[in-house]
Write a protein of this length. Structure first.
Length: 264
């Protein structure tokens, strides 16, 4: 099969999709990966065909864009900043993906721009979204918001209550996204985002541990917990030597942080 993959964001968003593409290549499929030139070498070293997408930022510009995201006060504002930064390049991104989809048997996008799957659906190309944001996976067994600790809903009420909350959350997210890029999507004959959480694609691949994070009851069979997709750059002997010298051969604690954190 001919797969077209695309991913947008930082290394943590790109590398899992590289691993997916590498696995598909090993299984005998042809894989193209549309992303920014900063990751061109990583994509090609994994055996994937690189398709250039804008913007042509260098490492420092990407780092500055990530720093801008730390100014967001919540996840909604975070998404709006992401889409605002991408908005000047969206016309060209859509044009390139539409061209590449003409010769694709399947399309995979990461969750940030899962709305691009609407383009694949228009062209009748099966599509999937990858996401590691397990807390944003709809389920009848949990709520999209943190409820007061003392609020214990009866079982008969809990399921329809959560169903309504997820529907509202999905509509609210779509409304916010469309405030930023809706006009551009309409201009490109894709249409506004109509589902970000519940039905962004034919299949939603949740790339975290099923045993740790999969809820008791998924929304429907579109959602599939696959386990982690791990990829890393080739080992750097100079860096290894520097780390070994710094640690003096001892085990040391390591703290890592995601790209964005919120005060609460």
């Amino acid at each position: 099969m001919r797969f077209l993959l695309t991913s947008h964001g930082s290394t943590g968003d790109i590398f899992p999709v590289i691993r997916l593409g590498h696995t598909l290549v090993q299984a005998g499929h042809h894989v193209r990966f549309a992303t920014v030139s900063l990751f061109k070498n990583e994509v090609e070293n994994a055996g994937l065909e690189f398709i250039h997408l804008p913007p042509d930022w260098d490492q420092e510009t990407f780092a500055e864009a990530m720093r801008d995201l730390t100014k967001s006060k919540n996840s909604i504002e975070l998404l709006k900043i992401i889409y605002s930064e991408a908005h000047p390049y969206l016309d060209e991104i859509i044009e390139i993906l539409r061209r590449e989809l003409d010769t694709a048997d399947a399309f995979v996008s990461n969750y940030i721009f899962g709305n691009l799957c609407r383009l694949a659906r228009q062209l009748e190309v099966p599509c999937a979204v990858t996401t590691f944001a397990h807390n944003a996976i709809p389920s009848y067994s949990k709520s999209p918001i943190v409820l007061p600790r003392g609020l214990a809903l009866p079982h008969l009420i809990k399921k329809p209550f959560n169903f309504c909350l997820w529907k509202i959350a999905d509509r609210f997210l779509c409304w916010n996204i469309n405030q930023v890029i809706g006009d551009t999507l309409v201009k490109n004959e894709i249409g506004e985002v109509d589902s970000y959480l519940i039905n962004p694609a034919d299949k939603i691949l949740v790339t975290v541990s099923p045993s740790l994070f999969q809820p008791k009851k998924l929304w429907n069979e579109q959602f599939k917990f696959t386990g982690y997709l791990r990829w890393q750059s080739p080992e750097n002997e100079d860096l290894d030597r520097a780390l070994h010298q710094f640690c003096r051969g001892e085990h040391v604690p390591i703290l890592t942080f995601g790209s964005v954190t919120f005060e609460d």
